[in-house]
Ligand binder design. Sequence first.
Ligand code: NAP
Length: 506
Amino acid sequence: MAPSARRPKHTPADHVHDAVIVGAGFGGMGAAIALQRLGRDDLAILDREDDLGGTWHVNHYPGLAVDIPSSTYSYSFAPNPYWSRMYAPGPELKRYALHVAEKFDLRRHMRFGAVVTGAAWDEATRTWTATLAGGEQVRGRLLLTATGYLSQPKMPDIPGVEDFAGTVIHTSAWKDDHDLTGERVAVIGTGATAVQLIPEIAPAVADLTVFQRTAIWVTPKSDAAIPRVVQGLYARVPLTQRVVRAVGSTVLEAIMVTGVLKYRQLGRLNRIAEKWATWHLHRQIADPVLRRQLTPDYSFGCKRPTFSNDYFRTFNRSNVHLETNPIERIDAGAVITADGVRHEIDTLVLATGFSLWETNFPALPITGRDGLDLGTFWREQRFQAYEGVSIPGFPNLFSLSSPYSYSGLSYFTTVESQMKHLTRLLQEVDRRGATTFEVSEEANRRFLHAMKERLHSSVFEHGSCGTARSYYFNQHGEATLLRPTSTLNAFREAGRFPLEDYVIAA
Ligand code: NAP
């Protein structure tokens, strides 16, 4: 699989790229950077959107910001000293994506508006063929899918939702030109997106009803503007920002990873986080009924918690109401709750999140050796992927948005450990002058077994998660999204997994 030199300017239909990458977000760009470093410079990065940046291109709802400190939520090898805040606003993330694409000269590989409808392995030519809507085919010696975890918007299955006559906005398709000022607005959902959006729109609207099915744990957010002098220091002495990253990542690892995965041994960490979030709620809300309604009834960590300094206090506003009665139906002008109340509204905001296990694993039909279908395999044989990237029966595929791949700390630690894994493997492939690799069934079984064992200690199995309705769990009730190891372990294993776990062939 010797890497070719440069992509010809006009690629003929039968051209075979070094790799086809699906997704031009931070996952796809990280993969492309790793491949370029290995000398694989003939890449086709395909994305259905009209520009790069993935989730940070698609999402632009009011209040959008990272909820992991920016020093951690960025590539370690491409630090940005100029984040304006500790938690950067969404548009800065989009600018950062543009900067990374320019710095690593990635845009020349990218094609936008390229909706990949399927990809199939051809054993005879040992290549992958991705088919685009419209029928065009793009071929590569490798296929990397970097389609993200939260990329298929979920529409709520509420009777009558399609009958609503006013404006309907899903948060992932925000209508920037729709002015909510003076309107009666309903927000359905109280996940991380709603927590950011609600405080932002509340002052402008005439009336806001928030429909909550499941409360969310919210802790304070240690956010602040980063003064220019500090940004200058980060730029001049990058070590200072690396120290900040290390400290921030360690604290987050304790809250988001260790406390969640080592619940059996360190459940106290979770309970401290619960107390901290409860204290935060009580400091902002005096009404005991409201406090009770906003308090989750499941263990911290069953579902992704979030951070906000102004979410709770927004419910003290006279124009904001929390509605916890279940929604029965929606008609042309109102949301009707089970107690029979009609909540008349002008605009319906769906902060209802994303569909993962039904439509996103995988995000496109992928056909491996002997016609094996990845979606069917995952549904019938359980969700699994060796080290969160490889699946037996699928040669030369790196499936980057796979079960057990997401490092609870940050998407960037996920991406970077995957870059390390694929680098180690492809270096060996090149050293042997080989053309294909495929993880062995035995290695995959061993990894799956190890992950299941580790989950026994987690909050998912030891905590009280029954009422959480968390997208960490798949339709079989298994928590197969997060890699149940420390971030350090993910990095260590990416650099030392046994190469014999792969069948590498000429
Ligand atoms: P989410 O966490 O899945 O929340 C969706 C919300 O909609 C939940 O409250 C859910 O209630 C509710 N919902 C869905 N269907 C419903 C229905 N039929 N009836 C009533 N309620 C319904 O989605 P999200 O808020 O968009 O956040 C998704 C993830 O995106 C977050 O966990 C986070 O990882 C990420 N995110 C990150 C950032 C960032 O800054 N990095 C910002 C925003 C989001 P139930 O809980 O009862 O199902």
